[in-house]
Design a protein around this ligand. Structure first.
Ligand SMILES: C[S@@+](CC[C@H](N)C(=O)[O-])C[C@H]1O[C@@H](n2cnc3c(N)ncnc32)[C@H](O)[C@@H]1O
Length: 124
C-alpha cells in the first residue's frame, strides 16, 4: 500500500504540464484531496463499493474530484486520452509488486526530470 507522493506530484505538474491526476485507491478520499490541491482535475477510483460511496459523498464538496467505483484495471483504459497529460498512480500497490506505482503520459521530451526518474515515475 502506498501514499500519494504529493511533493513529487507538485514538482512534476508544472514541469510536465500535467493537467490531471488519476489515483487508484480512494479509501476515504484524503489522497484525492491532496491531489486536488495540485491538479485542476482528479479522478479517484475505489474497488470497494461501500468505501466508494462514503468517499464520493465526502468529496462532493470538491468539484475538481471525480470519484469512480470499480477496479482500476477496468476503469483506467476508458480514461486514456493522449491529449490530457496525466499523472496516473496507485496507492493500492503491494510491496511485492515491482512495477512503478506512478506513471505519466506526458510527451517524452518533457519527461526527463531527474527527480521523476529517481522516484520511478515512468512513461505509460
Ligand atoms: C492505502 S488505501 C488508499 C489510500 C488513499 N489513496 C489515501 O491517500 O488516503 C488503498 C485502497 O485501494 C483500494 N483498491 C485496491 N485495489 C484496487 C483496485 N484494483 N482498483 C481500485 N481500488 C483498489 C482498496 O480498497 C483501498 O481502499
Amino acid at each position: 500500500m502506498g501514499n500519494v507522493p504529493i511533493d513529487l506530484a507538485a514538482e512534476l505538474r508544472p514541469l510536465l504540464n500535467l493537467e490531471r491526476a488519476v489515483e487508484t485507491g480512494t479509501y476515504q478520499g484524503n489522497g484525492a484531496r491532496r491531489l486536488a490541491e495540485v491538479f485542476p482535475s482528479v479522478i479517484t477510483i475505489e474497488l470497494a463499493q461501500e468505501l466508494h460511496q462514503q468517499a464520493a459523498e465526502n468529496l462532493a464538496d470538491t468539484p475538481a474530484i471525480e470519484a469512480r467505483p470499480g477496479d482500476s484495471r477496468q476503469v483506467i483504459p476508458g480514461l486514456v486520452d493522449a491529449s490530457i497529460p496525466t499523472l496516473c498512480g496507485s496507492t493500492a500497490t503491494g510491496a511485492a509488486d515491482p512495477r512503478p506505482a506512478w506513471r505519466t503520459n506526458a510527451p517524452s521530451s518533457a519527461r526527463s526530470p531527474r527527480s521523476a526518474r529517481a522516484a520511478g515515475v515512468t512513461a505509460s
